[in-house]
Design a protein around this ligand. Structure first.
Ligand SMILES: *Cc1c(COP(=O)(O)O)cnc(C)c1O
Length: 445
């Protein structure tokens, strides 16, 4: 499989290059040159087999045998179990990995893929990652101690939950550098893009990296086949539009995904763009669903590319204008195609808390604030037929948000409790490229 840039001004690349670069040299995102057809969804397909098939299709021989390694650290035999709440409502539990959020599903596969690509080339790599909390924790877990990879994680200071922060900052491995950036997630993401652009030997494990999205396709496949009543609507708590685009991609590969509903919090750029046809750069707002506090969803560029029938000029027009003006009006034909592909519902903090209480009262479920945004969107947008709401993190990662909505803290699993006894290691910096470069130099030389 070869990969092309959504902006059309970089040569096509092999999977290993895509993984090692993150962003294409022209500033675009890599997309597979065509969507492979995977084997039909079947309720009995083991998760690891689907993961292996998916990785084989996207990564080729580099992926051989990776799936077993990738699922080894999960605490549930089904890896991503589907839980039936009612006749037409299901939760897809994606939080049984080592750091208790869905980011583990892809990161556990990316780590061995990256190691192999680096060994084959005799190279080392600096990974830069912006995080709203969960990606950083998953990356620290997956890459700590690697001899070929140095990892720098940028999180917005004071805007991740204490559990999320400690999952990152209590790591003692010398190849991991944690930076708390005095800004929001979008500042972190902008810094990562600036630090990557035009530099070799650097990549990112954010969802701008296709490797991440490929690893999120498998859970959309066979779980849908476990639901009676036809293709399900997938309701996806959304920040950077990575998980939601993986759902779109899964459907392009043959998964029985019905419609896609992106659930967003008050950071509603996506919902606004689909409703009013205007894509805006606006400041991120802090909400209890911190991992979705993203103002500009990077992976929307991938959907624009597909909705524009893969014409890179159309993508460049939208995103160059957005860069220059901070806002862009989407051409009507493009907008109507985007609306056919996904819908979006935004909900405020109170609707999130109300959904958390309703899940507790009606189904005895304590859900994390992100999952609660998904449930709120599900209830706000009635649908005939089954819906699968993605449960993207374990509630114990967000005890403050859960207690404030329910008046009751979620049970804290032992590995999380232990984090509170460990020292933290982290530097706080202003959101400036040269400050981050200097910190990288101090730590890694
Ligand atoms: C990252 C994250 C999301 C949002 O996923 P995107 O791929 O950025 O849209 C939702 N919920 C949780 C718990 C997350 O960690």
């Amino acid at each position: 499989m070869r990969y092309v840039s959504t902006r059309g001004e970089s040569p096509s690349a092999a999977f290993a290059e895509v993984l090692l670069r993150g962003l294409a040299p022209d500033g675009g995102l890599y997309a597979p040159e065509r969507w492979p057809r995977l084997s039909p969804a079947a309720s009995a397909t083991p998760y690891a087999s689907r993961l292996q098939e998916t990785l084989d299709a996207f990564a080729g021989p580099l992926a051989s045998g990776v799936a077993q390694q990738a699922v080894a650290g999960f605490r549930h035999p089904d890896i991503a179990p589907l839980k039936r709440l009612s006749a037409d409502l299901y939760l897809l539990e994606l939080f049984h990995g080592p750091t208790l959020a869905f980011k583990d599903l892809a990161m556990q596969a990316m780590a061995p893929l990256l190691e192999r690509a680096l060994v084959a080339r005799g190279e080392t790599l600096l990974l830069l990652t912006a995080t709203s909390g969960d990606t950083g924790a998953a990356a620290v877990h997956a890459f700590a101690g690697s001899s070929r990879i140095r990892l720098c994680v940028l999180h917005p200071a004071g805007r991740v939950s204490p559990v999320q922060r400690r999952q990152m900052t209590t790591c003692t491995a010398d190849n991991v550098l944690n930076l708390a950036i005095q800004g929001d997630f979008d500042d972190c993401q902008r810094l990562v893009k600036a630090l990557l652009r035009g530099r070799s030997g650097r990549s990112s494990v954010n969802s701008i990296n296709w490797g991440r999205l490929a690893g999120q396709i498998p859970y959309y496949f066979d779980r849908s086949a476990q639901v009676a009543g036809g293709p399900s609507r997938c309701v996806i708590p959304t920040g950077n539009f990575g998980d939601a685009f993986s759902g779109w991609a899964a459907r392009a590969c043959g998964a029985p995904v019905g419609s896609i509903l992106a659930a967003v919090n008050r950071n509603d750029t996506l919902a606004l763009a689909l409703r009013e046809g205007v894509l805006l750069r606006q400041p991120a707002q802090a909400t209890p669903s911190v991992s979705m506090d993203v103002s500009l969803p990077s992976n929307l560029e991938r959907l624009v590319f597909e909705a524009a029938d893969r014409q890179p000029e159309a993508v460049r027009n939208v995103f160059a204008m957005l860069d220059a003006e901070g806002r862009v009006t989407l051409p009507p034909a493009l907008l109507s195609r985007l609306r056919q592909e996904v819908t979006a519902v935004s909900c405020d903090d109170e609707a999130m808390a109300a959904a958390m209480r309703r899940a507790r009262a009606e189904y005895g479920e304590i859900v994390c604030p992100h999952t609660a945004v998904g449930l709120a969107a599900h209830w706000a947008a009635p649908h005939a037929g089954p819906s699968i709401v993605l449960a993207t993190a374990h509630p114990a990662k967000f005890p403050e948000a859960v207690s404030s909505a329910l008046g009751e803290a979620p049970a804290m699993p032992d590995p999380l409790r232990a984090l509170f006894d460990l020292p933290e290691r982290c530097e706080t910096l202003p959101p400036e490229e040269r400050e981050v470069e200097a910190a990288l130099l101090r730590r890694f030389g």
